[in-house]
Design a protein around this ligand. Structure first.
Ligand SMILES: O=C(O)[C@H](O)[C@@H](O)[C@H](O)[C@H](O)COP(=O)(O)O
Length: 219
């Protein structure tokens, strides 16, 4: 397991600049780029910094790592958040790849950058430790794909990329804020050193990543 690279006292602007530089390199190398992002509440500031970056957005695809199973346009859908805060201004030209069973190939793509969030229960994307069926979704050797999961402690049934799909990324960012999430990350890192901690799904990302995960921690 490569040790994570930690960025303490992180700002949304510094993370946006780092991500934009990586997308720019991908565009230069391959002519297109895939950015995977999380939903939840935390990424709004990042999205607003990122959308203003001078990239050739028309060649950038964006995909969520998870979605709440709610009607289109619902305020609690991650896509609604993404459209309101990232796919605006220059970034409105980016292509949003749907995250649904009708497009299984999208879940198997290699991302250039994946931005993960984390809950205080150690979940990432919608891989909640208490969700029935999560063990299969957390098998690193599973075929990269989409899973349907229903957490018991969080609202809404979800669809999520499985661990194998999340790991399919040239660069992985874990973006967290506040002391409580920092403490959970520290526990997950401890577990990642042994590889046995399936109670904190983020620990498995840290353990199985083949490149160092970049941990951006805002105070
Ligand atoms: O749909 C979701 O809920 C997310 O993708 C999820 O994995 C999120 O990143 C964490 O729950 C952190 O969420 P907050 O940013 O709201 O704390």
């Amino acid at each position: 397991m490569p040790l994570p690279v930690e960025h303490p006292h992180a700002t949304a602007r510094a993370l946006a600049l780092d991500i934009a530089a990586r997308l720019q390199s991908a565009l230069a190398a391959r002519g297109e780029a895939l950015l995977r992002v999380s939903g939840g509440r935390s990424p709004v500031a990042l999205f607003e910094q990122l959308r203003a970056q001078p990239l050739d957005w028309v060649r950038v695809s964006v995909q969520l790592v998870d979605e709440r199973q709610l009607p289109d346009g619902h305020a609690e859908r991650n896509e609604t958040l993404l459209r309101a805060h990232l796919l605006q201004g220059p970034a409105a030209a980016a292509r949003l790849l749907p995250l649904d069973a009708a497009h299984p190939a999208h879940a198997a793509l290699t991302a250039d950058v994946t931005v993960l969030g984390m809950g205080e229960d150690g979940h990432t994307a919608s891989l909640f430790p208490d969700a029935p069926g999560v063990a299969e979704a957390l098998r690193p050797e599973a075929t990269p794909g989409l899973v349907a999961l229903t957490p018991t402690q969080a609202p809404h049934p979800r669809v999520s990329l499985n661990l194998a799909a999340l790991l399919n990324s040239r660069h992985t960012v874990l973006s967290i804020a506040g002391p409580a999430k920092w403490a959970v990350y520290q526990r997950a890192l401890q577990g990642a050193r042994t590889g046995s901690d399936t109670t904190l799904p983020i620990s498995l990302v840290l353990h199985h990543a083949t490149e160092p995960v970049a941990v951006w921690h805002a105070d």
